[in-house]
Ligand binder design. Sequence first.
Ligand SMILES: C[C@](O)(C(=O)O)[C@H](CC(=O)O)C(=O)O
Length: 308
Amino acid sequence: MTGPKSAAARLHELLSRDGKITICPGVYDGLTARLALREGFDCLYVTGAGTAVSRLGMPDLGVITLNEMLENAAMIASLDRTVPVIADADTGYGGPIMVARTVKSYITAGIAAMHLEDQVQTKRCGHLAGKELVDEETFLSRIRAAVLAREEMRQTLGQDIVLIARTDALQQLGYSEACGRLRKAIEIGADVGFLEGPTSLDQCRQICIDLAPTPVLLNSVPGGATPHMTSQEAQQMGFKLIIYPGLALTAVYESTSAACAQLKGTGDMKVTERQKQEGVKGLFNAVGLVECVKFDKAAGGFAFAKGV
Ligand SMILES: C[C@](O)(C(=O)O)[C@H](CC(=O)O)C(=O)O
């Protein structure tokens, strides 16, 4: 009898599909994750930028700590254990010992994959100017620490995680240096390559060829360094994963700005057609109201016996 599949095993399965890309909407809290799950995506991406913006009200400048990121990603991973979650892990939050702690904590939280990069600790969004890098050996020591920590978890608990090596070296050192860093990370044991901020379609095509057969991730950031392409085009180029870190963040930024301006301007909150039809229950249903009431009843609770 085969047991239930782990998050990492589910992601490995998605990655092994021939010529097929996995689309990962970027989410950063319970609501955005639930909305993405409701659409039936195969995989979610927990954005570090979105976590910094939403939890701290601060930009993506390396201010999110391990525990804040872990708590957020763990909660999101717990919402539907059948859908693997890829989570940002920035620089690993310190030296090799800290990277190992990060990897073990992410594995224990049931996170399917994490990415580790070669920026300095005071990092910034990969699509901003003026990025600074650690030297190659320091980057590779982060990857090695991650691989060693994962091996310990495999041996002792049979638990796993997909390791994604990200390089930000393109901006400062050029394509061959960046590609070389990813190749070395893969030799050490990284499962997926992530070239941050390719600036041309040629670089996108080339990185898939140069890292093959290792799966490659594309980071789709509208208004960022990389030319826009559809997920179908990315699939044709050979990418196996595409993340949209700004998907929910941009929608909330724009719709909440408009709603605030409307209230400030008119002194009244606009009631949408949807709100009129669904009432307050619509939103709560989207985050599991019916399931919660059902669970309470199944456990013998009676708080909601008369309905909600
Ligand atoms: C992928 C990323 O690391 C993230 O935090 O989601 C960011 C995305 C962004 O800031 O738009 C990145 O550095 O690309």
